[in-house]
Design a protein around this ligand. Structure first.
Ligand code: ADP
Ligand code: ADP
Length: 227
């Protein structure tokens, strides 16, 4: 749970003639659930990746808890990220997938086990810890990706279309699970989707993007109920 400030962020990819993200200015409060919406190619992922540190910022400042983070390595950002394609390691078990980031950061073995077991239990994955991702359903794989993000107790959650590979019914139930995680873990969450229903049901505030620019920022009512 922490404030995140996007101070006039710009992104120009190497060799691109134009900015992919222009003047993205947003101030996110403790524990807000922010949703970025907009058509494919409008700059949602690029913005999320700048927050995560996976893309350099061309211009502007990213602040977390008031501190400028532009040059801080991804692993030192206290951010957990969930990707659209889950990004699970196929050769590792569910346990090892969930433990990966903790091992990378040199957590104690007993601590790792405790954290993974706790996340697995809350996601209904306890009996699958020894399996490989290929032996899981789509919904279970998505839960592993959530579990991997949960184990560090990071105060910031970034999610890039985490439900887009799931069928409609599962999407609805996973939506509720993610909303619950946001509450129980007390995180500040930034969630990317092109699904209006997801945005409407989950967001405290919605950021509507188009062609690299922010078109509108408001509550679901302000964004979708305007005449
Ligand atoms: P999204 O689902 O966000 O639209 P894409 O499927 O368009 O993502 O892109 C997948 C990957 O390809 C991402 O890592 C993105 O950074 C990269 N990518 C997208 N567009 C380009 C491009 N014009 N040139 C190089 N890489 C790109
Ligand atoms: P969205 O997530 O909204 O689909 P992206 O952030 O993936 O949009 O892409 C925004 C723009 O940046 C698009 O025009 C895309 O082609 C371009 N882009 C994304 N990744 C790269 C990349 N690695 N290199 C060059 N251009 C990219």
């Amino acid at each position: 749970m922490v404030k995140v400030d996007l101070d006039h962020l710009y992104k120009q990819y190497p060799n691109a003639t134009d900015y992919s993200v222009s003047d993205f200015d947003l101030h996110i409060d403790d524990h807000e659930f922010i949703v970025f919406v907009g058509p494919s190619g409008c700059g949602k992922s690029t913005t999320l990746r700048m927050i995560a540190g996976l893309e350099d910022i061309s211009k502007g400042d990213l602040k977390i808890g008031g501190k400028v983070m532009n040059d801080v390595a991804p692993k030192d950002r206290d951010i957990a990220m969930v990707f659209q394609n889950y990004a699970l390691y196929p050769h590792m078990t569910v346990f090892d997938n969930m433990a990966f980031g903790l091992k990378l950061r040199k957590y104690e073995k007993a601590d790792i086990k405790q954290r993974v077991d706790k996340a697995a239990e809350s996601l209904g994955l306890t009996e699958y810890l020894d399996r490989k991702p290929a032996a899981l359903s789509g919904g279970q794989r998505q839960r592993v990706a959530l579990g991997r993000a949960m184990v560090r107790d990071a105060p910031i959650f970034l999610m890039d279309e985490p439900l887009s590979n799931l069928d409609a019914k599962l999407r609805v139930s996973m939506r509720a699970e993610i909303a619950k995680l946001h509450q129980t873990l007390n995180t500040t969450t930034i969630y990317v989707t092109h699904d209006q229903t997801e945005a409407m049901t989950m967001a405290d505030r919605i950021v509507v993007m188009s062609m690299g620019e922010v078109q509108q920022i408001g509550t679901p009512q302000e964004v979708y109920d305007t005449p």
